[in-house]
Design a protein around this ligand. Structure first.
Ligand SMILES: Cc1cc2nc3c(=O)[nH]c(=O)nc-3n(C[C@H](O)[C@H](O)[C@H](O)COP(=O)(O)O)c2cc1C
Length: 407
């Protein structure tokens, strides 16, 4: 293997071995060093663990360093995702059935998976953790982790699964995540986040890698913490950030309180965009509906809604027309439910229980006549064994008959 003139090189795991569909794993994207072991093996066996010595960034364990300008240009040109409206990653909520349902309401919003840890991606049941249906595109996979080599491996796997974006979680404040040194506590380690981003982007060169962060943690001054993180990652080549516009308190507040107690600061996100106009900056936190999101993101590149979209999915029915000037996939909530029935039927056949799908639909008729009946029928009957689409039809009938009564 050639020495490219760096100082003492480090032996690290070659994450590029995962690029089985590309020009194989034979060289490092940045320094073009050829991995002797890969180069000697036929492509099919290139997944075997091996090492490659990288000298171009000796100070960083397992960093892949900044991508060259040409590589970055390519990344920016590839997969131009429209981020004007995104549905946030929500653990235990935005699973594949939730996302499939959201697609009946909006074809254009960018959807996110729940966070998946890089260890789970590498060692877990990938089909269960990462599988999704084609109708969910455009779809981003959110990863959580703090080891650049593993991050590279997980990002490569995510890209190979066909995700349109890989997103790094730098915002979750839970104890479990903190003990793994990732999530919001990474706000204290901008250089590590930059290394994680570089590793992921190098391993998934055709898929944009983005960062979702807070404005700071604990006693950090948001103006310093947020800007330091963005500056470090921008230097590495990252051009897209989603900012949950509040700090996280790592001790003393639960994850739920951390989504409510620290005050929102949209202005700092706007200041970030003014300081870095060429970066894509998406605002998250406390946005109530499409009109609110549009009003607050006039000078930004997009809005990300979490709880409002989940609890009141009807919001999504406005997105395609109001944000993208396009026709929504369904003319009404009722039509969206009708359109979703074949998906439910197909998944029942595969053994998915009805309530695993309908639990994400409970809020669809919130605030309209018949909404309570809809929720009641689904909550009570979808959990029974053998429950099928007749339950959804019955819930829908109860909404329709209530609407007729009120007419
Ligand atoms: C139940 C729940 C689970 C969440 N899981 C994640 C997650 O996996 N990854 C993440 O980055 N943020 C997660 N969040 C935070 C949201 O993505 C979002 O940043 C936060 O809820 C603020 O946006 P909102 O006010 O629009 O809900 C979660 C929030 C909730 C309520």
């Amino acid at each position: 293997m050639k020495d490219r003139g760096g100082k003492a090189g480090r032996r690290i795991k070659c994450a590029l071995r995962l690029r089985l569909n590309g020009p194989s794993c034979r060289s490092c994207v940045q320094c073009k060093i050829v991995c002797a072991e890969c180069a000697l093996r036929p492509r099919a066996t290139a997944r075997l663990t091996h090492n490659i010595q990288l000298n171009h960034r000796p100070n960083f364990s397992a960093s892949y360093s900044a991508l060259d300008t040409l590589a970055l240009k390519k990344i920016n040109e590839m997969k131009r995702l429209d981020r004007r409206f995104c549905v946030a990653p929500l653990m235990d909520w935005t699973d594949r059935h939730c996302r499939a349902f959201h697609r009946r309401l909006t074809a254009r919003a960018l959807l996110y998976t729940e966070m998946v840890t890089i260890d789970a991606v590498i060692h877990g049941d990938r089909e269960r953790l990462l599988g999704f249906s084609d109708l969910e595109h455009p779809l981003a996979l959110q990863l959580g982790g703090s080891d650049p080599a593993k991050m590279a491996e997980a990002a490569g796997i995510g890209a190979a699964f066909g995700y349109d974006e890989i997103n790094l979680n730098v915002g979750c404040p839970s104890d479990r995540v903190q003990s793994g040194r990732f999530g919001a506590c990474l706000m204290r380690e901008p250089e590590l986040v930059a290394a994680l981003w570089g590793a992921a982007q190098a391993a998934a060169p055709s898929t944009p890698v983005t960062i979702k962060c807070r404005t700071g943690v604990d006693e950090q001054e948001p103006r310093d913490a947020l800007f330091a993180l963005v500056e470090a990652c921008r230097r590495e080549g990252c051009a897209r950030f989603i900012v949950h516009a509040r700090k996280a308190w790592l001790s003393g507040l639960s994850p739920k309180e951390n989504r409510e107690v620290p005050p929102l600061d949209y202005e700092i996100v706007r200041a970030l965009k003014r300081a870095y106009p060429s970066l894509t900056i998406v605002l998250n936190g406390g946005l109530r509906d499409v009109a609110h999101a549009r009003a607050e993101t006039m000078s930004l590149d997009g809005a990300m809604l979490g709880r409002a979209a989940y609890h009141n999915p009807t919001i999504l029915l406005d997105v395609d027309r109001e944000v993208f000037g396009a026709t929504p996939p369904a003319a009404s909530r009722e039509a969206a439910v009708e359109a979703h029935l074949p998906y439910i039927e197909a998944n029942l056949t595969r053994g998915v229980p009805l309530h695993a799908m309908t639990r994400h639909m409970l809020g669809l008729f919130n605030g309209v006549p018949g909404g309570r009946g809809w929720r009641r029928v689904l909550s009570e009957r979808a959990i029974r064994s053998g429950a099928g689409t007749e339950v959804v039809r019955e819930a829908l009938d109860s909404v329709k008959s209530r609407a007729l009564l009120d007419a």
